[in-house]
Design a protein around this ligand. Sequence first.
Ligand code: AMP
Length: 209
Amino acid sequence: MLTLAVSKGRIYEDALPLLAEAGIVPTIDPDKSRKLILPTNHIDIRLLVIRATDVPTYVEYGAADMGIAGKDVLAEYGDEGLYEPIDLGIARCRLMTAARRDYVPSGQRLRVATKYVKLAQRYFAGQGVQSEIIKLYGSMELAPLVGLADVIVDLVDTGNTLKANGLEAREEIMAISSRLVVNKAAMKTKHQVVSDFLRRMEQIVAARV
Ligand code: AMP
């Protein structure tokens, strides 16, 4: 049995065509079912469609042999316990700072709202900017509008969400895409099936660019 943990939402949607090219098709639509384990057309391959931030945990502990997660999540929540052999090139976006269009830095300690506490801390320290990081779990765009923070650190794709809230992107922290990650033990104990899968995914990704 090969278990693949996939971040739900945008990453799952973008991963489906890649998996289909590899001949792997879930037989249940997670939007229409409450099942947490999705069988596929292969009796020995199953998918776990879970919160993005949980993917590294499931893979590191071996509850899933492999996973698909954004580089933002891997960089924030730790990718040390995992192999990260393939950049799948899907769900591309940028991790950026953003602020109200009329915001001018005052030179005082910057208040930053984000769910990416580690990445934000590292970025502002690297810039020599004194910052106070306020951890949020969602809707970061709200924070500058109601005076909770001066800036936010969040993923930006089209920029429409920022624009709709009177915010603008300022600085790019890192380019993001989804990566295939592999449990270290599975790389050895399921070597044949894992390396076959990796080779196939590598070919599919290479053929796309
Ligand atoms: P956009 O309005 O297209 O710039 O998208 C921004 C919103 O979508 C923000 O709430 C982001 O957190 C989220 N978002 C953008 N790209 C991604 C991605 N690749 N994976 C997950 N969330 C994303």
